[in-house]
Design a protein. Structure first.
Lengths: 141, 141
DNA sequence: ATTTATGCAAATCGTTTGCAAACCT
DNA sequence: AGGTTTGCAAACGATTTGCATAAAT
């Protein structure tokens, strides 16, 4: 994975520094998208501004995706699709927790096809979509 | 529409003040979700804090929904589903513009069914979903 | 040697809150 | 009067930026 990431950064004219490697390592280890606060706690001595700057670089290089939580005041970050595959998010409306989910392939396919049509008939060129499933997690039921 | 809104506020123990009426009026007139900045410009003398407070009241009463834009740093507001019907958003990844769209009924229905299954098998109780279609609008093609 | 990344502190931006005056019933 | 809403200013929290130092090529 690190090799792939390094390659993507190189293609974008960016270095794969120790800090970036550490951040990517955390994201690889995490079972779900992480907030900046979580990332900061995971590594002592990690500085906010550097973290934000590196996340921006990683996003620009297509290595990381920024995803919105329930209350959109705190962003979360996860590895990009090339690493995690296409998926969506289950968001708990009570505690804000997030889990990754994938749709059945046929449904995802139908959806994709429908969206392309809907987008083009509105004059939009479809790039991608994001789908969040809002509900209550096991603990918050 | 204002009658319906008044009723919902009343049910929530809230008044339908002139300011709230004005805000709802703007949202009714708008062809798409509006930002706080847009709402502020639309009415001279409208104060930020009052606007935010009233939006909170309207959201709590189920009259308004808050929706996330592309770069989730600026929220947008629109009338709730009871007024606009269930729909999704086309978001321009270049200019950030937003348009409302609906999926074909059968697709929406299949999606709903699939999501319920996916959610429950992850231990979540489905509440609702949000689907954003990201692309480039006509002008940004 | 020159460019790029980092840490630290200060600045920004959207949003929220405290408080006193205005409003409604 | 008694509780609610409003305006204004200050407070907040997430994110960004300026600048001097450290690291990488």
């Amino acid at each position: 994975m690190h090799l792939e990431v390094a390659e993507r950064l190189r293609r974008d004219g960016q270095r794969y520094t120790a800090l970036r490697r550490a951040i990517v390592g955390e994201l690889i280890a995490a079972p779900r998208p992480l907030t900046v606060r979580e990332l900061l706690k995971s590594r002592r001595g990690l500085v906010q501004s550097s973290l934000y700057r590196n996340l921006a670089v990683l996003i620009a290089a297509g290595v990381v995706d920024r995803v919105a939580g329930m209350q959109e005041d705190t962003a979360r970050y996860e590895l990009a699709e090339f690493a995690l595959g296409h998926h969506h998010h289950l968001v708990c409306m009570s505690c804000g927790d997030i889990a990754d989910v994938a749709l059945p392939k046929t449904l995802e396919h139908d959806l994709e096809r429908g969206l392309r049509k809907v987008a083009s008939s509105a004059g939009y060129a479809l790039d991608h979509h994001r789908l969040d499933v809002i509900g209550r997690c096991r603990r918050c039921r």
